[in-house]
Design a protein around this ligand. Structure first.
Ligand code: 5GP
Length: 333
């Protein structure tokens, strides 16, 4: 694990409320009962397997800890620090703006932006999520809020994501076209369950990145047409190994679909998804990849380096990160 820890890493797929550590949940106070419920349900103390449905129940508990602007700020601050401590040099944090208990979606976003501005490292950008279970009117409102907040913080808010329980709702092309036309980068959770029709729509839309991509390859119940289309488009995939293994969508680390990307030379990055819920870190995810796919230290460095190109950072920021990684490689060879 030592190499994976010291390697400067790039995290592109981390959901704020799924990333809260046990310590952070406790420090957010209010929720002793919920915290123990959370511990019972999560893999925090023992890596038990959960269904996708059970994982989604957990987020509801995490949401109880972030119901006002102050707790959202503290949650974002501590998640950013956790990633910095794990030697993550660039973080794309994503979160679903929530209006509740008198807090508006704008205030929710302001709190996360403030935590990002106040953090010295790593470099952090924000992706705002649309929850697929919401109806079209709620989602349209979310996109309008996201666009107005992006105009206020163009250096921080870079992209939009579609996430939430994949069994509910659907991908709405119009909504994401609006975001794209207005200059937001797009990343869509794709093929988390077998749904070849939706996968085709997402591929036709052409997001900048896709999340998970579990059932996209024909060896994993994907359609040949979709896979051929994907191979032409080469949209970078965001892989989250432990998340998929714990939720049971990947049978094991060894059988994870990432192997199809390695075999075919397709673009991907390694990420945590929900490091709190799945009790992991980015270093551990790199280690799983190394152990199960026979990757050398240089291969891991290359995966981190390539993730810079998949990121939503500016050209200048990418150039600086690449320089840093190259220097690190020279010093550590
Ligand atoms: P938040 O957006 O509240 O900061 O983070 C938690 C939310 O992220 C969950 O309620 C869910 O909508 C989304 N999320 C977290 N992990 C996953 C995942 O593995 N798949 C999907 N589709 N959504 C997820």
């Amino acid at each position: 694990l030592e190499f994976c820890r010291v390697l400067p890493k790039i995290e592109l797929h981390a959901h704020l409320n799924g990333s809260l550590s046990e310590k952070t949940l406790k420090s957010l106070g209010c929720l002793n009962k919920s915290v123990s419920e959370y511990q019972g349900l999560t893999s925090i103390n023992n890596k038990i397997e959960r269904t996708l449905h059970e994982c989604f129940e957990l987020f509801k508990i995490a949401h109880l800890a972030t119901k006002n602007p102050d707790s959202v700020y503290l949650a974002a601050q501590s998640v950013i620090k956790d990633f910095a401590d794990d030697n993550v040099r660039y973080l794309e944090l994503r979160t679903t703006p929530r209006a509740e208990d008198g807090m508006t979606k704008e205030e929710y976003i302001e709190s996360v932006v403030k935590a990002i501005k106040d953090s010295k490292k790593p470099l952090v950008k924000l992706i705002l999520s649309v929850d697929r279970r919401h109806d079209i009117l709620v989602s349209q409102n979310t996109v309008a809020v996201i666009l107005s907040m992006r105009n206020k913080y163009p250096d921080i808010i870079k992209g939009i994501d579609l996430s939430g329980n994949p069994h509910l709702g659907c991908f709405d092309k119009e909504l994401f076209n609006k975001a794209k036309e207005n200059g937001l980068k797009t990343t869509i959770h794709c093929a988390e369950i077998i749904n070849n029709d939706e996968v085709m729509e997402i591929l036709n839309f052409g997001p900048n990145r896709i999340g998970h991509a579990t059932f996209l390859n024909p060896n994993y119940s994907g359609s040949i047409e979709n896979w051929e289309s994907y191979c032409k488009k080469k949209i970078p995939a965001e892989f989250c190994l432990t998340s998929n293994v714990v939720c049971g969508t990947a049978k094991s680390y060894k059988e994870h679909h990432m192997q199809e990307w390695i075999k075919n030379g397709l673009p991907f990055s390694i990420n945590t998804d929900d490091k709190g819920v799945f009790c992991t870190s980015l270093s551990e995810e790199y280690e799983h990849a190394q152990n199960n796919f026979n990757l050398s230290n240089t291969d891991l460095w290359t995966i981190a380096y390539n993730a810079i190109d998949h990121s939503f950072a500016s050209i200048q920021e990418k150039a600086l990160m690449k320089k840093e990684l190259k220097e690190w490689k020279t010093q550590n060879q």
